[in-house]
Design a protein around this ligand. Structure first.
Ligand code: TXA
Ligand code: MG
Length: 359
């Protein structure tokens, strides 16, 4: 089916992220209530919101993003009574996690109630819900008076947006409004945890670390896709988003993993080989290593001593390499603990599993 998308005049509301001006939030909420599409900041990345209970609005959300209909969005709420309405059961472990991590970057998957339109859950019997922490996101959900379905506000397959500028690049003319609340803090999406199985299963690493989840509830299983270094067979899929192309800049990405000196040697070798082919090369390095590379563009994602601080730079830098028109991005692997697990998962996907391991 081809969905027709008419061009729109996208309105821009600029707000104070700490004390969002209520009149602007109400204008945006009025758009959501009428079935329109509004992009807004959360603490992770910008989301593209629609009334989660309005099937037509959610359909237009998929169309605006070019998103495949089998990949359901996350539903954002601002109070617990909405969670009970949208789900069949809330397991005890979920209650414990909610107490500790909500509002915040943790999405929980539950059995869904009949209230939820099928398109919102892409026909699944489950629903992914989170309560965001960002003041703008919370205010928008509250003023809209409905749960808000919001995938990341990028065109499907592209790196997620961490600024309003990124949203404009991808979606200007395709959506009704953007609320600009400045750059997002965490920089990678929420962690997605399936609570319909016991032990719960991590479906996507993100802003809430695996270490923190295990500390709170004990055992958490890892879906094989999370640590995958190759593309896994389709039967193993549990979260539809796992299947689709993701986070990919226009440039081809090669990820080099291993100990630092070996990685550096390999990246230099690859850079020379790409230059011989007349390609423009970007290297995604770290503070400790960036000085050592000669390439067309070299950028640092941050210090190896603080992986969590790398996350807010990741998607922005991938987009900047495209702005600087490199043909190839050669990226260093980073330690996979804390938010590093999410960063490495995004880099592996961005590379389409084009990964070179060095000793
Ligand atoms: O931080 C975030 O989570 C951001 C902000 C805007 O809140 N949102 C976001 O949404 O990243 P999106 O649509 O880009 O990613 C949603 C992920 C996808 O991987 C999707 O497959 C998964 O959640 N998901 C949604 N519903 C699901 C369900 N019922 N079962 C399993 N996975 C589900
Ligand atoms: Mg996304």
């Amino acid at each position: 089916m081809r969905m027709w998308l008419s061009m729109k005049q996208t309105k821009l509301f600029t707000v104070d992220p700490e004390r969002p001006e209520i009149e602007k939030i109400r204008l945006a909420a009025a758009i959501i209530k009428k079935g329109g599409l509004v992009a807004f900041p959360t603490e992770t990345v910008y989301g593209l919101g629609a009334d989660a209970l309005n099937a037509d609005a959610v359909l237009s959300l998929f169309a605006a993003k070019n998103r495949p209909l089998d990949n359901p969005p996350i539903v954002h709420v601002e109070n617990m009574s909405e969670v009970y309405k949208l789900t069949e059961t809330v397991p005890m472990k979920a209650e414990a996690l909610i107490k500790q991590f909500w509002p915040g970057p943790l999405t929980l998957v539950f059995e869904r109630s009949k209230l939820v339109p099928e398109v919102t859950t892409a026909g699944l019997e489950t629903i992914a819900i989170r309560m965001p922490k960002h003041k703008v996101a919370i205010a928008l959900v509250r003023e809209s008076g409905c749960p808000i379905a919001a995938p990341s506000a990028n065109l499907a397959g592209k790196p997620s947006p961490t600024t309003a500028k990124h949203v404009i690049e991808d979606l200007n003319g395709r959506i009704d409004a953007i609320i600009d609340g400045g750059p997002t803090q965490i920089g990678v999406e929420s962690t997605v945890l399936d609570m319909t199985v016991d032990p719960p299963m991590l479906l996507r690493p993100g802003g809430t670390t695996l270490e923190a989840l295990r500390k709170a509830i004990g055992a958490v299983d890892l879906h094989p896709f999370i640590t995958a270094e190759v593309e896994l067979p389709k039967e193993k899929v549990r979260s539809p988003g796992m299947l689709h192309k993701h986070y990919a800049p226009k440039a081809q990405v090669i990820l080099v993993e291993g100990i630092v000196p070996a990685m550096m040697g390999k990246i230099k070798e690859l850079t020379s080989a790409c230059w011989m082919q007349g390609k423009r090369v970007g290297v995604l390095a770290t503070d400790e290593t960036a000085w050592a590379y000669e390439a067309d563009v070299v950028k640092s994602i941050g210090s190896r001593r603080n992986v969590d601080a790398m996350a807010p730079n990741l998607f922005r830098l991938l987009r900047e390499f495209d702005d600087q028109k490199v043909d190839i991005i050669i990226a260093e692997g980073v330690p996979a603990d804390g938010l590093g697990m999410a960063v490495m998962n995004r880099l592996r996907k961005a590379s389409g599993y084009n990964i070179i391991k060095v000793p």
